[in-house]
Design a protein around this ligand. Structure first.
Ligand SMILES: [Zn+2]
Length: 105
């Protein structure tokens, strides 16, 4: 599903004099995503993933995103808590025992 935004000039003209109803909701949604922690590694850096099947739900005017952890690369839905892709925990943590690399001298 391709979404094409409306021309901002036309949008602003249509919204003149109207009360901002989506602004506070959008701010609360942004804070919700900022407060998330990875359910596998506890990381806090995410890439938002759009999924047309779950992006819009009834009675919610804002899009919903899936979050992909930048540390362990797992994919989860922060709204339902479902883990969709396991990712790799080995990428998230630095090993406590240093890995020694051999030299071929
Ligand atoms: Zn993670």
């Amino acid at each position: 599903m391709n979404l094409r935004p409306a021309d901002p000039r036309i949008t602003m003209k249509l919204l003149e004099g109207r009360k901002d109803l989506l602004g506070p909701l959008a701010e609360a949604r942004r804070k919700f995503y900022d407060d998330q922690h990875c359910i596998r590694c506890g990381g806090t850096a995410f890439t938002r993933i759009t999924d047309s099947k779950t992006m819009f739900v009834p009675n919610d005017p804002l899009p919903r995103y899936l979050l992909k952890c930048r540390d362990c690369e797992c994919l989860f839905d922060p709204h339902s808590g479902l883990l969709l892709t396991m990712g790799n925990l080995g990428k998230a943590f630095v090993p406590t025992i240093p890995i020694l690399e051999g030299t071929d001298d």
